[in-house]
Design a protein around this ligand. Structure first.
Ligand code: CTP
Length: 400
């Protein structure tokens, strides 16, 4: 899908601009023509000379550049590509896009274009989490802007968290997907994520420590490869990724129903930390302290969603992947779990408190398949997700 395509690449002014040089190289290697646009601030980080040398094209910098206007007006430039890519998309550029400002070449092109736009945000974690950026992101998503990233990790400013620009190859994959390509184009994939909340009464519930970070990262990585992702999420503490179909649920039974409604799918990735039990005697009124002593909660077993889908007689997804969060004998328990549930793969991890994995940014997983166990090195949850999505794409391609 990439060969012979043209990308209008707007490079914003952030430290991640250095990665856009590599992005240009990666695109050129794949036969993509790149028309580069630099903002004023971007020129503080990368030079027009290096951008033009790598792209082999003239760099567009100024809205009022009469030569360029004589050769190609900004309206025409904005429409000359198959896709407009903004990398890095700074908080400032996102703000301009969301507000409809057009006071320089980049923002004018973004307003004048009738071409799909993909942005790769990059900024300090506080700036990314600031309510104004989150508001702008929601506005842009509503306007049909596609996103790739940001990833979580160490930042150039020394802080840690979401805000790092996606790696050039991830952006290439997202460009491919935005152009209708990608190894998972045309595939429908279900991802469950987050904890479930099982009510005790209208104000209390039983939950677990899952943040939903790994599930969200998996969904983002699958979407970046071109999949249509149905993301069924419990009340997670991290927001769902952009570009996926989000179905929000509260408890295990709702999740079970939402999963049924999402079928048929080519693959199902069950990353949710579903509560095994619910309170059978959940009250529809708030429990009060009484003189009769402490309340007694009775439990009932929740539907095992992964097992049910793995063992479907008809219409089973070609690939069913479960997660196993264990605190001891990880390999042994996870291998037994794969057999018991009937899923194809289990992504096993050690969530004992000392690992800091539950609710943390990193994960150390072992992939258990019919061929045995494969231990992956400890890495960021985004990197685990990217690797897993690649494996899912390869497996679906094999299964036809
Ligand atoms: N799972 C599910 N529905 C449930 C419970 C779990 O779909 N009611 C899925 C999870 O999403 C995960 C996998 O099953 O992919 C493993 O969950 P886990 O809770 O570790 O498995 P259990 O069956 O509870 O096994 P155990 O109690 O032995 O840990």
């Amino acid at each position: 899908m990439l060969t012979s395509k043209r990308i209008l690449l707007i490079i914003g002014g952030g430290i991640a601009a250095y990665k856009s040089l590599d992005l240009i190289r990666r695109l050129r290697e794949r036969g993509v023509a790149v028309s580069p646009v630099l903002t004023r601030a971007a020129e503080e980080f990368v030079t027009p000379l290096s951008v033009s040398a790598l792209s082999g094209e003239m760099v567009h910098r100024d809205l009022f550049d009469l030569t360029a206007e004589a050769e190609m007006g900004h309206i025409q430039l904005s429409r000359s590509a198959d896709l407009v890519v903004v990398a890095p998309a700074t908080a400032d550029l996102m703000g301009k896009m969301a507000a409809g400002l057009a006071n320089d070449l980049a923002s004018t092109l973004l307003m004048a274009t009738d071409t799909p736009v993909l942005i790769a945000p990059a900024m300090n974690v506080r700036m990314w989490e600031h309510p104004s950026t989150q508001r702008n992101m929601a506005t842009l998503a509503g306007d049909g802007i596609r996103f790739v990233g940001p990833n979580s990790g160490d930042m150039a400013c020394g802080e840690y968290g979401p805000g790092r620009m996606s790696e050039p190859l991830e952006i290439v994959a997202a460009i491919d997907a935005a152009l209708g390509g990608g190894p998972l184009a045309g595939k429908r994939v279900l991802v469950t994520s987050g904890p479930t909340h099982e009510p005790i009464d209208p104000v209390r519930y039983i939950a677990n420590r899952s943040s939903g970070a790994q599930g969200a990262a998996v969904a983002r990585a699958l979407a970046a490869l071109g999949a249509h992702v149905v993301f069924v999420t419990g009340p997670a503490s991290v927001p769902p990724p952009q570009g996926v179909e989000v179905v929000r649920v509260e408890n295990a039974r709702e999740m079970d129903e939402a999963v049924s409604a999402a079928l048929p799918v080519d693959a199902g990735i069950f990353a949710a930390a579903v509560a095994d039990w619910r309170v059978a005697t959940a009250s529809d009124r708030k429990l009060k302290k009484t003189r009769d002593g402490l309340p007694t909660l009775e439990f009932a077993e929740n539907p095992d969603i992964l097992k049910r889908i793995s063992q479907m007689a008809e219409g089973r997804p070609s690939l069913v992947v479960g997660f196993a969060a264990e605190t001891d004998n990880v390999l042994e328990h996870a291998t037994a779990k794969r057999a018991r549930k009937g899923c194809d793969w289990i992504v096993a991890n050690d969530v004992s408190p000392a690992t800091g994995i539950m609710g943390g940014a990193e994960n150390a997983v072992t992939l258990i398949t019919a061929d045995g166990a494969e231990a992956w090195p400890r890495m960021g949850k985004d990197a685990v997700a990217t690797q897993l999505a690649g494996r899912v794409a390869a497996a679906l391609a094999e299964r036809g």
